[in-house]
Design a protein around this ligand. Sequence first.
Ligand SMILES: Nc1ncnc2c1ncn2[C@@H]1O[C@H](COP(=O)(O)OP(=O)(O)O)[C@@H](O)[C@H]1O
Ligand SMILES: CCCC(=O)OP(=O)(O)O
Length: 355
Amino acid sequence: MSYKILTINPGSTSTKVGIYEDIRELLTQNISHSAAEISRFPAVIDQYEYRLQQITDFLTRQGWTVSDFAAIVGRGGLLKPLISGTYRVNPAMLADLKTSRFGAHASNLGAMLAHALAQQAGCPAYIVDPVVVDELSPLARITGHPEISRRSIFHALNQKAVAKRFAASQHKRYDQLNLIVAHLGGGISVGCHQQGRVVEVNNALDGEGPFSPERAGTLPAGQWASYVLDKALPRDRIAKTLSGKAGLVAHLGVNDAREVEKRIAEGDQRAKEVYDAMIYAVARYIAAAAVPVCGRVDYILVTGGIAYSQYVTDKLKEYVSYLAPLIIIPGENELQALAEGAYRVLTGEEEAKEY
Ligand SMILES: Nc1ncnc2c1ncn2[C@@H]1O[C@H](COP(=O)(O)OP(=O)(O)O)[C@@H](O)[C@H]1O
Ligand SMILES: CCCC(=O)OP(=O)(O)O
């Protein structure tokens, strides 16, 4: 007997959808959302109907109906800090996502979209390795302000899937290696995986790390505080200065790195300066991620959509190859990792965790 599994991955710049038979990919689709398209919606939650429609249109075009699926699995969003694993979508989870209790990000829509379609299908809905997987070391949590602790918010699903797959390709177990994984997507996260645990990673959403297509990354805190106070920005506009209307979007008006590279090729000097600065910032965070393992890094893995760019990966190699071999694993394994997480539960290999 085989299981058909529908996987849904809402990212800040795309919705990716996949259909799997057990863990074998049958088909996938990457639906890109331009900065202009996304900016029509005041809040992430307002994109729900729009993304749901895109998924149902995809299924109809491909001749599938929701009742074909044994499970529907979405990317896991901003929830309380969680251990790695597959979680059943339940009312408590949906309530936290609908109220943006722990923040707003496109990944919040994953559980909601999976739940809506699973209700129609009469099958279970799951999330796997949500963006709040938290394995930070005690040292990494402490900041210079006693009331502000660091949070682990990153591309946990892809970072872990890529790291485990790479370890297997080297005939090693994930917990036998020290890896730095840089995911370059709409947001950028750089994690130090010390023997299977992400003990250090920048919060890719909330003003930490390199800037990215649509995130500010680390800003000088005093200057940023003055900026939002001087402009008397309301809370939602303050959040947008860190995520959404930040990074390449703020500098250049686009979230698509391919468009930036096109402009660079056409001689746009400003585009080049900003893009090069983003790559430089990624390299700085890669070097910093070597600290938890005292420089004993086995490999640096560069993944995510922007890892398709040779312009980017050539520059990163120049900056950080002194640390460890740099391996490029472009794109992401997220749809596959979602299918695998659901499959483990469907076959009884793993028990679904309750939120
Ligand atoms: N061939 C490519 N060269 C450069 N950038 C690319 C390429 N393909 C995709 N990208 C960029 O990758 C980013 C999206 O990465 P992805 O990991 O899919 O992000 P997300 O899930 O955050 O939406 C976009 O900025 C897109 O322009
Ligand atoms: C919320 C952290 C993960 C992240 O930034 O994802 P996207 O690149 O899809 O926005």
